[in-house]
Design a protein around this ligand. Structure first.
Ligand SMILES: Nc1ncnc2c1ncn2[C@@H]1O[C@H](COP(=O)(O)OP(=O)(O)OP(=O)(O)O)[C@@H](O)[C@H]1O
Ligand SMILES: [Mg+2]
Length: 295
């Protein structure tokens, strides 16, 4: 018969069950001020999760929403760079860790702020021989602390940019329960669609959680001088991923990568360009499906 922590007799006074309840209570209290928690994930790496997160955040902020972004890619954080916040010093007060804020008011937390410079990797301090036993636990606690200890304040949207794969998504939902929305990023190639479809099945069939929809990034090629879209990949347009709808399509535009590298979301630096409009349309789509309005 399986026992829960609460049933273990004589834990030497460490009160493990009480400690876990305390941690979960603090997380719940912090998240109570966040109206919509949106997970941005993909089974596939490099398809634009972080780019879409940064620009969707900027589009929501441009529409007047209070927005926070959590970079949950602990080993490969990229959002501090994409928001132009690298090198910011974190400060701490009675409300918690103060997240760096962009000029447009987006609050950002990332492992990047804890690393000395651009060359420093994330290395956990512990007995390397038994690393398998504790590494996953530290990754989970890092995510929990980012969610709990950051002074997010009152937010309409907290976008959570996950690393590729489904593992950190599962950890996130262990901590948070069902996100208010899960957005899956893909690109229109057979390889991406195959891997992404598997990650959707993992979420819906194994974790039994809903997926709001897919965003197809790099859906076409938009070059600054062309003033219209050209094909980028030859994959046929599809409207759903096994029943999961496509929420939006974002073209590839070389200036979008330049904007990310320069530290300003494309939606802010090229607000009047069609690819920026695609993000604003996506923000509207998200707002209609996941409304921060009080119930
Ligand atoms: N629509 C786009 N137009 C131009 N460049 C893009 C676009 N989307 C993404 N990129 C570029 O492609 C690269 C990968 O994007 P990004 O880092 O957002 O992917 P990711 O899915 O978050 O990757 P990872 O799996 O490593 O987390 C980046 O250099 C980014 O600037
Ligand atoms: Mg990323």
């Amino acid at each position: 018969m399986t026992k829960t922590y609460k049933e273990i007799q004589g834990d030497g006074g460490s009160d493990v069950a009480g400690q876990i309840a305390g941690l979960q209570g603090r997380l719940r209290d912090r998240m109570a001020a966040v109206k919509c928690k949106i997970a941005v994930m993909s089974g596939k790496g490099g398809v634009g999760k972080s780019t879409v997160t940064a620009n969707l955040a900027a589009a929501l902020a441009a529409r007047g929403a209070a927005v926070g972004v959590l970079d949950a890619d602990v080993y490969g954080p990229s959002l501090a760079q994409m928001f132009g916040l690298r090198g910011r010093q974190l400060t701490y007060d009675s409300q918690g860790v103060q997240p760096p804020v962009t000029a447009s008011g987006i609050k950002v937390m990332s492992m990047d702020f804890f690393l000395a410079d651009g060359k420093t990797p994330v290395v956990w301090d512990g007995p390397q021989q038994e690393a398998f036993a504790w590494k996953g636990m530290l990754e989970m606690h890092t995510l929990r602390e980012f969610l709990t200890d950051t002074d997010w304040g009152e937010l309409d949207y907290l976008l959570i940019d996950l690393p590729p794969g489904t593992s950190q998504f599962a950890t996130l939902t262990d901590l948070l329960g069902k996100p208010d929305g899960t957005v899956v990023i893909s690109i229109p190639t057979a390889v991406s669609r195959l891997v992404v479809q598997r990650s959707i099945s993992m979420i819906t069939e194994v974790l039994k959680l809903p997926v709001l929809g897919v965003v197809e990034n790099m859906s076409a090629y938009y070059c600054g001088g062309c003033d219209s879209e050209r094909p980028l990949f030859n994959g046929p347009e599809i409207t759903d991923y096994g029943g999961t709808p496509v929420l939006g399509r974002i073209p590839f535009d070389p200036r979008m990568a330049e904007a990310s590298d320069a530290g300003t979301p494309f939606v802010e630096s090229h607000a009047l360009e069609p690819p920026a409009a695609a993000f604003l349309t996506l923000a509207t789509e998200l707002k209609t499906r996941v409304s921060p309005a009080p119930a």
